[in-house]
Design a protein around this ligand. Structure first.
Ligand SMILES: C[S@@+](CC[C@H](N)C(=O)[O-])C[C@H]1O[C@@H](n2cnc3c(N)ncnc32)[C@H](O)[C@@H]1O
Length: 193
């Protein structure tokens, strides 16, 4: 396990207070009735304090949520219990994770970028399964965090990374999330092959 990463994220999560709403990009996709997203098995990658995992579980998904931070997972488990939601939380370093093949109907990846994980996520989806991916664009470094280009997407990069999927929706730009502006790319795609 990358203990430095874990320590850094544990510290960050320990200083955060309150609980954020589910991502507005995720909520908007579910509000568009045309897609009729069906509940099933789901994986939330780098779940943090679980806001998006809760959103899926509340809609009938069986959710597995993974993160490197013990502190975040403890907080997420506590909140899930308070909400009466059953979610499987696992402490995992995604740098070394193995995901079982053709297992999930939905994978979420929000505010996190580990390019080497993308091929594994694709394999872990069932055929017809969906990916919802939203994270920061390269312009974000001028606006705030993250600043390290390794964690920022280039223009059209996310679109290119999922070229072998059916792209149901894609956007790039400056959007407001939780009252804060950020440059983001967001993708909703379906595994077809
Ligand atoms: C910016 S937070 C995003 C949390 C959540 N996806 C959300 O949007 O609310 C990034 C998360 O990635 C997790 N993380 C960082 N490196 C990781 C790794 N190598 N393996 C698993 N999780 C990791 C951190 O603990 C943190 O919770």
């Amino acid at each position: 396990m990358a203990t430095d990463d874990q320590g850094r994220w544990d510290k960050k999560h320990a200083t955060e207070e309150g609980h954020e709403d589910a991502s507005s990009f995720l909520r908007q996709l579910f509000e568009v009735g045309a897609w009729r997203i069906q509940a099933g098995s789901a994986l939330d990658v780098a779940t943090g304090r679980g806001r998006n995992a809760f959103f899926l579980a509340e809609r009938g998904f069986r959710v597995e949520a993974i993160d490197i931070s013990e502190v975040a997972l403890k907080e997420a488990s506590k909140l899930a219990e308070e909400k009466g939601l059953t979610i499987t939380f696992r402490q995992v370093d995604v740098d070394h994770v193995e995901l079982s093949e053709s297992t999930y109907d939905m994978i979420l990846n929000f505010n996190f970028l580990q390019r080497s994980l993308i091929a594994k996520m694709k394999k872990a989806l069932k055929r017809g399964g969906h990916i919802i991916f939203e994270t920061y664009l390269i312009e974000q470094k001028a606006l705030g965090h993250p600043k390290n280009p390794a964690y920022l997407l280039g223009h059209n990069e996310l679109l290119e990374l999922f070229r072998d999927f059916r792209i149901l929706y894609y956007r790039e730009g400056r959007f407001v999330e939780g009252g804060k502006d950020a440059f983001r790319a967001g993708l909703f795609g379906q595994k077809v092959g």
